[in-house]
Ligand binder design. Structure first.
Ligand code: GLA
Length: 393
């Protein structure tokens, strides 16, 4: 996986428009691109009203769409099998399965909110790897929301777009995700990460220039099969919300790190304590990472990345053997820091390495995977990239 050509949005838009013509026999009226994202640090904090530091990737998902003039909704993908043929009023949670549930959920949410949205023909083309924790689903829901907003003159701003995309996942697909992915996908900025405050929805750009401080980022896609992601994710979310109720705070974001020992002592069981300890310390690590990056001290964030991984592995329990093997191999090969990224239970590792050592670090992971007979991993250099955009401009 390389993302080398994925940034050529104009070229991809022209190809997609031509495909749309051959599939639907007419011109698309909206063409949107939305990127995948990677999270530098701040995991399982967003649904606790906390902080995260993601950035958009060069890997793009594109959507071409045109209104049908009635209620019929036809959605196709260049990658996935199956066409969704339905009508907008027929949509209800549970009626659509698989990838098409994401765009269908967007239409359902907009109709339910009273927006004047009718039928559409939609074609999706994605270069965002599926199931790798790089937010292919948020890229899809955000691009479809943007395209629909264009077609029906809804004029949704980025926050309204992010909320629609999130509700499509929460209420239609049944995945109780937070808001980090959608904000990163929509508002990403070239050469910057975004400090996300999931309570206020404020996003603050933090410079992240490649090569700074003689370091570079490296992503390893472990290709570990995701197991029980939605169930496990939901369990973590409800556990955190229950802990906040027990502690008498609106959300775990409101537990100050200095109050952590008292909060832990007030909780009735060890599992709850470990979950809370992860969220509270992870929020602090995000803010410390931002502080260091603003001072240009990129290499100093390495230990924070590794501490985040240890916390996600031991306290939040969202890692898997492939991911731990990758992190250990990277650190043994001299990486400055490494951690699981995204929701967990598989997916990618993000690592900070000395400039020029990415090939050596990648080879170390490949060797470690071969020794354990894991599927060979892939790797790429993540470049902080712009967020969703119309390909018409
Ligand atoms: C998934 C969710 C996000 C976030 C991360 C974990 O990517 O979609 O909202 O909770 O997991 O940080």
């Amino acid at each position: 996986m390389t993302g080398d050509d994925d940034n050529d949005a104009g070229g991809r838009g022209a190809v997609l428009a031509a495909d749309f013509r051959s599939v639907f026999g007419r011109e698309p009226e909206a063409l949107w691109a939305a990127p995948g994202r990677i999270n530098l640090i701040g995991e399982h904090t967003d649904y606790n009203d906390g902080f995260a530091l993601p950035f958009a990737l060069p890997h793009l998902l594109t959507v071409a769409a045109a209104p049908t003039g009635d209620d019929t909704l036809t959605i196709r993908s260049r990658q996935a099998d199956g066409t969704l043929d339905t009508t907008a009023p027929e949509l209800a949670p549970g009626t659509v399965r698989g990838w098409a549930a994401y765009p269908a959920g967007v239409v359902w949410d907009l109709v339910r909110a009273g927006h004047p949205v009718g039928g559409m023909e939609i074609l999706v083309d994605s270069a965002v790897p599926l199931g790798a924790g790089l937010s292919s689903s948020a890229a899809l829901t955000c691009a479809v929301t943007r395209a629909t907003s264009d077609l029906y003159g809804l004029d949704l701003d980025p926050h309204a777009t992010a909320r629609t995309a999130q509700r499509a996942e929460n209420d239609f697909v049944g995945m109780p995700c937070g808001i980090m992915d959608q904000l990163a996908v929509l508002l990403g900025i070239d050469q910057h990460a975004l400090l996300v405050d999931a309570r206020s929805l404020e996003t603050t750009p933090v410079p992240l220039a490649p090569g700074e401080d003689d370091t570079e980022f490296l992503v390893i896609d472990t290709r570990a099969p995701h197991r029980l992601v939605t169930d496990e994710y939901a369990e973590r979310r409800w556990t955190c919300e229950w802990a906040a109720v027990l502690l008498g705070v609106p959300a775990l974001r409101d537990v100050d790190p200095t109050d952590l020992p008292g909060a832990l002592a007030a909780l009735p069981e060890n599992r709850l304590r470990r979950r809370v300890r992860h969220v509270v310390t992870e929020n602090a690590r995000v803010l410390e990472t931002v502080h260091l990056l603003r001072q240009g001290r990129t290499r100093a964030i390495g230990p924070l990345l590794t501490a985040s991984h240890v916390s996600l592995r031991d306290d939040f329990e969202v890692s898997v053997p492939e991911v731990d093997t990758a992190v250990d191999a990277l650190l043994t090969a001299g990486a400055l820091g490494a951690r699981i990224t995204g929701g967990g239970f598989g997916g990618c590792v993000i690592s900070l390495v000395e400039s020029g050592t990415a090939p050596r670090c990648t080879a170390a992971v490949r060797d470690a995977f071969a020794r354990r007979a894991f599927t060979p991993p892939t790797s790429f250099t993540p470049t902080p990239s712009p967020g969703a955009r119309s390909l018409r401009e």
